[in-house]
Write a protein that binds this ligand. Structure first.
Ligand SMILES: Nc1ncnc2c1ncn2[C@@H]1O[C@H](COP(=O)(O)OP(=O)(O)OP(=O)(O)O)[C@@H](O)[C@H]1O
Ligand SMILES: [Mg+2]
Length: 255
């Protein structure tokens, strides 16, 4: 079993894909990583963000299968500019399965037990839904195949207010919040207070800057923004160590 980090959004355009790619890229400096663009909305953009030509590969070839195995995922992965980072492109102009169904396929095929791969970073895209119950169902499914689950939220006050309402009624399990801060973190204290009072069981795991200039440079260069501080703050490598040790022990060098 690789160590699985899942990302999802409760609204589109919050920076989920960018942040997930940045985390995967940072981890790949020291570890083997596969990024899976599992955004089922039909607008998976991870390959575009890295300026990669999918060349016909991607989740689109797998979503019809009964089960999705590790070999299937590896077969759809593209190399990236980062030597230890492979990327499975997302759907292009076609909507995929509902998240619980996709997760069922991944679980049935043991897709995330990828020999020699230490981290799998999965971008499930925005799974907001008018019925909070379905957000809970989707994230419950996601949590069943992931070691840690993150959502990214921008710190715009209306966005925070809405996110609090949605999260409060959906109570998605395992979710850790990553707050993308504008205004140099001026709202941080206020947002922390709102989250503490309204969502005591959802952890604010870390903050990151909402920095349009940096995001634009990242898109122009086809390289994820560098976020070493975020990866350190989340203690991803440290917490994953028992799983990583197992991966190393069972892979026994190059396959
Ligand atoms: N930390 C950030 N600071 C500023 N801009 C950002 C940041 N992260 C992402 N962006 C920009 O915001 C836009 C949306 O980002 P991204 O595609 O990562 O969001 P998303 O939540 O994955 O959206 P979607 O719901 O469409 O999948 C992009 O133009 C991206 O360059
Ligand atoms: Mg996205």
């Amino acid at each position: 079993m690789s160590y699985v980090l899942a990302f999802y959004g409760i609204k589109d355009g919050q920076g989920v894909t960018t942040t997930a790619l940045a985390v995967a890229d940072e981890l790949a400096r020291r570890h083997s990583v596969i990024f899976v663009d599992a955004d089922m909305s039909g607008t998976g953009t991870a390959a575009d963000a890295l300026q990669l030509d999918a060349g016909g590969r991607g989740m689109g070839n797998l979503i019809g299968a009964r089960a999705i195995g590790a070999r299937d995922l590896l077969g759809q992965a593209l190399p990236t500019r980062q030597r230890n980072l492979g990327l499975v492109p997302g759907l292009s102009a076609v909507c995929g399965s509902a998240i619980p169904r996709l997760v069922g396929q991944l679980r049935d095929g043991q897709a995330f037990a990828i020999p020699g791969v230490e981290f799998v970073v999965v971008d499930f895209g925005a799974i907001a839904h008018p019925e909070a119950r379905s957000l809970r169902q989707s994230v419950t499914a996601v949590a069943s195949v992931a070691h840690r689950v993150f959502t990214v939220l921008r710190d715009d006050p209306p966005m925070i207010a809405r996110a609090v309402l949605v999260l409060k009624s959906a109570q998605p399990p395992k979710t850790e919040l990553l707050l993308a801060e504008s205004r140099r973190g001026q709202l941080r204290k206020h947002v922390r207070e709102v989250l503490r009072l309204q969502l005591p069981e959802v952890a604010l795991a870390a903050t990151l800057p909402w920095d349009p200039g940096r995001a634009q440079r990242s898109l122009d260069s086809g390289r994820p923004p560098s976020m070493p501080a975020l990866v350190r703050e989340l203690r991803l490598a440290e917490q994953a160590e028992p799983v990583l040790a197992q991966v190393r022990a069972t892979s026994g060098g190059p396959a």
